[in-house]
Design a protein around this ligand. Structure first.
Ligand SMILES: O=C(O)Cc1cc(O)ccc1O
Ligand SMILES: [Fe+2]
Length: 453
């Protein structure tokens, strides 16, 4: 079945396509015709331009959206810093204000749910590289929340959020419309877009890869041809939807900004969700991982995991990503005379992995569990644990379906990924015996023809 069967239905409307130029109006006639900024836009709306690239970015990279809204975003009081004590998006809330760079393989037990906090309080910076102030690098966050956001909106000035739900449903009201995201779906909310998260099915938990530079793109397909992997038509973008909150006394909103990973809040006496129509190519979108068209070998040897790339956040060097989002969906393995799990390897890239559901075929030891994570940094040796090696090197190589009911993923980066104090210590999820359990038990099988028995 090439689509996920979800237990919570999605009744929102979407427009289909990746990087398409869309237009949407919640009231017919709310978009100006043939121009962007008429003297008086339709229905007394304000025109506001939201740009996701430099004005002069080449056409193939240029991203912007024109919003037609009841009041412009600028109509708010000053932003005030929020005390970081109860928030975990930044290193400055911690005694140690640096990331820890360590060559050990790291693995985390499942992160806890937290029913007491909302989306913004639930964000935890676990790892990262680079610096949002110079638009360079990425941040990896875990989220766990159990409360709806109130009359507030959140945006990140730091980068694009790629959100990977592991548990629970996110109902996301964005400026550009409403989007429902369930486990086995992902969504991307680009830099600057304001949104509010409510939780229709109770507590939520998941992972976020924030891209401080550029935007997520579909990978090139090369010799694969013009279809395959994540197909453009399966990405879904909301349609315009607005609240008309005309009683100012009844409408005290806070807008929370993540700015260099610190949080700031500004009051405004009108809803931020007042965009009646919009057109452009800078918008949030979602994607069902069950629609991914998996490619694999039909002859021999284990291919590189780049064949499983859903989205890539490229660096300026072609083929080298700041963040690749890679998944390991259910699939058939048919390779002959082949050690089918991943080979043992040391990689110039860093690999942060998470598990949405099920088991990951390279680890049979039971230590990599849904809602857990692992980090294999630059040149940190890893591969199947000893149990998986034993099983795979003696397996009967018939066609075999792996990963049924399972979805593992990887945020792969060319950068050295540091771990926050929260990720290393405070969360208390790091497994001390990961290496000892996984690889130290590996046995010698070498038969030296030059040594007699
Ligand atoms: O380490 C991992 O489990 C991820 C991974 C999977 C794979 O099939 C090949 C290389 C790789 O890093
Ligand atoms: Fe790996």
């Amino acid at each position: 079945m090439p689509v996920t069967q979800f237990s919570v239905p999605d009744s929102y409307s979407y427009q289909n396509g990746f990087n398409s130029y869309f237009e949407s109006e919640a009231i017919p006639g709310a978009l100006p015709v043939a121009q962007n900024s008429p003297q008086k836009p339709p229905y007394g709306l304000y025109a506001e331009k939201l740009s996701g690239t430099a004005f002069t970015a080449p056409r193939h990279e240029n991203k912007q959206t024109w919003l037609y809204r009841i009041l412009p975003s600028a109509a708010h009081a000053n932003y005030q810093p929020i005390s970081q004590d109860t928030y975990h998006t930044s290193l400055s809330s911690e005694k140690k204000q640096t990331l820890h760079h360590i060559p050990n393989q790291l693995r985390w037990n499942p992160f806890d749910l937290d029913e007491k906090v909302d989306w913004v309080h639930g964000l935890h910076l676990v790892a990262g590289a680079g610096d949002p102030t110079v638009k360079s690098g990425l941040g990896i966050l875990l989220y766990a929340a159990g409360k709806d956001m109130g009359k507030e909106a959140f945006y990140s000035a730091d980068g694009d959020f790629l959100i990977v739900p592991q548990h629970g449903v996110l109902d996301i009201q964005t400026e550009l419309g409403k989007i429902l995201v369930r486990p086995n779906e992902i969504c991307v909310i680009p830099r600057g877009i304001k949104y509010r998260v409510t939780l229709p099915s109770g507590p939520v938990r998941g992972y976020i890869c924030e891209l401080y530079q550029g935007h997520y793109q579909l990978p090139e397909l090369g010799p694969i041809g013009s279809n395959g992997l994540a197909n453009a038509r399966d990405f879904q973008t909301p349609v315009a939807s607005f609240d008309d909150d005309d009683d100012a006394s009844n409408s005290k909103y806070h807008v929370i900004s993540k700015f260099n990973n610190n949080l700031f809040s500004a009051k405004q006496n009108h809803t931020p969700f007042d965009v009646v129509s919009w057109h452009g190519n800078y918008y949030p979108f979602k994607y069902d991982l069950g629609r991914f068209n998996v490619i694999g070998t039909t002859s021999f040897d284990h291919p590189d995991p780049s064949i499983f790339t859903v989205l890539t956040g490229p660096s300026d060097h072609p083929g080298t990503a700041i963040a690749d989002f890679v998944i390991f969906p259910p699939r058939w393995l048919v390779a002959e005379d082949t050690f089918r799990p991943p080979w043992y390897h040391r990689n110039t890239m860093s690999e942060f992995m998470g598990l949405i559901s099920g088991d990951y075929d390279a680890k049979v030891g039971g230590g990599f569990r849904p809602a857990g994570a692992s980090l294999h940094n630059i040149m940190s040796a890893h591969g199947p644990d000893s149990g998986a090696h034993e099983k795979a090197s003696n397996a009967d190589l018939k066609p075999q379906k792996v990963g049924e009911g399972s979805m593992a993923f990887m945020f792969e980066s060319s950068l050295m990924v540091g771990v926050s104090e929260w990720g290393l210590k405070t969360c208390q999820k790091v497994q001390e015996d990961y290496n000892a359990e996984s690889w130290e038990p590996l046995k010698r099988h070498f038969v030296n023809p030059h040594k007699s028995a």
